[in-house]
Structures are given as C-alpha cells and as structure tokens.
Design a protein around this ligand. Sequence first.
Ligand SMILES: *Cc1c(COP(=O)(O)O)cnc(C)c1O
Length: 429
Amino acid sequence: MEFKKSQKLYTKGLVNLVGAVNSPVRAFTSVGGNPLFIKKAKGTKITDVDNNTYVDLVLSYGPMILGHRHKKVQKAITKALKNGYSFGASTENEIKLAKIVCDAFPGMDKVRFVNSGTEAVLSGVRLARAFTGKDKIIKFAGCYHGHQDALLVAAGSGLATLSLPGSKGVPEGAVKNTLIANYNDLDSVKAHFSAHDDIAGVILEPVAGNMGVVIPQDNFLPELKAYLESKGALLIVDEVMTGFRSKFGGAQELLGVEADITCLGKVIGGGFPVGAYGARNEIMEEVAPLGGMYQAGTLSGNPIAMAGGIATLRELKKQNPYEKFNEVAQIIEVFLLESAKKHGVEITVNRFGSMINPFFTNVTVTNFKEAQTSDTKKFATFFWEMMNNGVFLPPSQFEAWFLSSALTEKDLKKITKAIDKAMEAVAKM
Ligand SMILES: *Cc1c(COP(=O)(O)O)cnc(C)c1O
C-alpha cells in the first residue's frame, strides 16, 4: 500500500496547519507514520488521496452511524441548502430535531442546540452550577468531555495517546473546582463528598469510549445516581459518543439510570457540527432567555446541520440497527479473541453496542489505570497491518472502533481477515 500523496499533502500541510491536522487525534503520533488525507467516502468505505480504499471503522469518530453519504441524509441537506445556510433566527427544523431528541430521552423536556460536543458539555456543566448554586464538579479519570479548561485533566484518549497528563495553558484556577474520581468506584466519589460541601454534580461517560471502551460495572450508575440524589447533586451524563449509538436515545435507559442533564453530539448532527444539552423543565428554565445562565451561538441550530440531524435520526429510528450492532460486535469480539489465542497474543476485548476495541493487555479493563497497562507498541503494529489489509481504525489504543448500520457480510469478512493478519504481525514482534 502506498501513501505517496498523503505524505506529500502532510508535508504541505505542516506549513500552515498545526501538525497538518485540525484535531490531534487525527495525527498518527502513537502509531508512527503520517496521517492520511481523505478524498471521499461512501457507505462503509473511505478512500484516501492515493486511492487506497478501506472499510471505515473510524466513521468520523462516531457520527457516520448510517455509513457515509446516506441517500436520505444527502437529499435532506441538498434541499436545505437551497433555502440558505444561516439566518440568525429560528427555523422549523430546530423544533423538529428538538422533538425527536426530547422524545428519545425520558428525562429531557427541553434541549438547546450548540455546535460541538465540547460546547454541549461546557454548557451542561455551567447549567449544573447555575441550578445548584455550587461550583465543584467531579469527573472520572480517563473520561473525555471535550477540550474545555475545567475538564481537561485526566482526560483519556487524545491526551493519553500523546502521554500528556493534562493540557498546558489551563490555569490552576480553571481546574480548582474539578475533582477526579475513579471509574466504577463509587467510594472514590463518596470521598469527595466527605471532603467538600459545594459539589454541583458528577459528569461521566455512561459507557466510556475515550480510554478505549470501558463499561460501567453492575449497579455503578444506578447507585451513583441514588447517592447523588441523597446529596442534592446532579448527574450529568455525557452521551456525546453513546447518544443514538447505544440505542435510539442513549445508553442511560439500557444501564438503568436517568440523567439530570444529558449532553449530546456526534450522531445527532449526522456528520455536521451539532451538539446539544437537555434536561427537565425545572433545570432548563435556568438557561437564557428563560433564566440567568447565559449561553449563546451565532451558528447554533444551523439549518443545514439540523436537516442532516433530522434525516439521520429518522433513518436510524426506521432501521433500528441496535440488535444488529450487538450481533456484529459479538462476531468481531469472538474473532479477535480466537485469532489472538491462535497467535499467542494477550488481549482483552471490551464492547458495548456498536463500540468495540481490543486492549493489548492481559488484565480486565474496568478503568483508566487498567486501560493504560496496554502495550501501545503492539497496537501500533496491529494498526498498520489492519491499514495494509484495508481496514481504517482510529490511530490510538485508547479509542473505540465504531460500526455503521451499512456494514455488510463482505465488509465483515474483510475485517476478520485483516484482524488475523494483524494478530500474526503482533505475534512476530
Ligand atoms: C467527542 C466527545 C466530546 C467532544 O465532542 P467534540 O464534538 O469533539 O467537541 C465530548 N464528550 C465525549 C464523550 C466525546 O466522545
């Protein structure tokens, strides 16, 4: 496989772009080599500028759940384009998408659209503080909630991939109200409540996807929620990755928990920049213009993005691919484990719905510390062999692979074949 044109563009890109990428997760820092430049994508396939075509398990880090350029989504956005791109005033489609989203989450009466997951979370956290009148927020090590200052500590994937403990440029003052707990460890949450009486709430990924896939154990979420209720603190569930991916709606219902505030992104925009945060009326009434919490956006509720979101969610609801996702992910899991065993490679596989990934470690992975026992050199070898065999993966041990509803038997064969080759390459290291 040749990457000549990607390499050329990478060199060119270095001049006026930072590392030739607009998001560090796209850099191939931890796997070596240069980032790919993409020409186009359709369905389950993505093609780079050298005309290499891959089965795409990145899917834009989640949004392309129907596969690329689904006919109905393309039709909806083409139609929307004809009426104008942005108005600075409301459109009917905002109401339609809001209804679809609120109907899908039992605890959500109202929603506010923003332009990214980062914005959704930073607004959701502000809202928790506004509603409770308290300042401190607990987050879990390894969970990523976008790049706002306050939550850019122990933040999983991007930082873990680059081996950064946190980010430069974040002042101490910005994180002094951030407390870190351990995923799947309620006692570590309780310890913070014993030490502080001004905790507004806890934010978490209901299924973590940004330290690789890590699943909440047993009753972790319901017990956490009950405990927070007893303390008058809010549960902020960051479903930017899991929303409409785990099921229609979010992971909350599957896991037996209802958020006070839910943050969304990725899938709800169908590939366009959309984020959202929502809650019951009592909480959302804090937000301007109804209440005193200010949050605004020139391009929020963008008409093209709303059209893309509506078409994506309607098609998802119709297809209801969630059972199929479980089946396909299970097939991939079984194959990963069998192939690893055959070649004598130690791995742990975690999956939830359409999110799955192997960790190159022999320990069970239930938190960030355990995820970090993974051998990232083995992952790098595995990654390149997958690429060379036509499967595009996120270039990091600490990212989930994503499935789309467009995946075919043929794609699945290609994936399993590539996995076997890649395990063989790891065994030879
Ligand atoms: C991707 C992600 C974000 C950030 O969303 P952006 O659109 O990249 O700003 C926040 N939280 C979670 C759980 C995510 O997976």
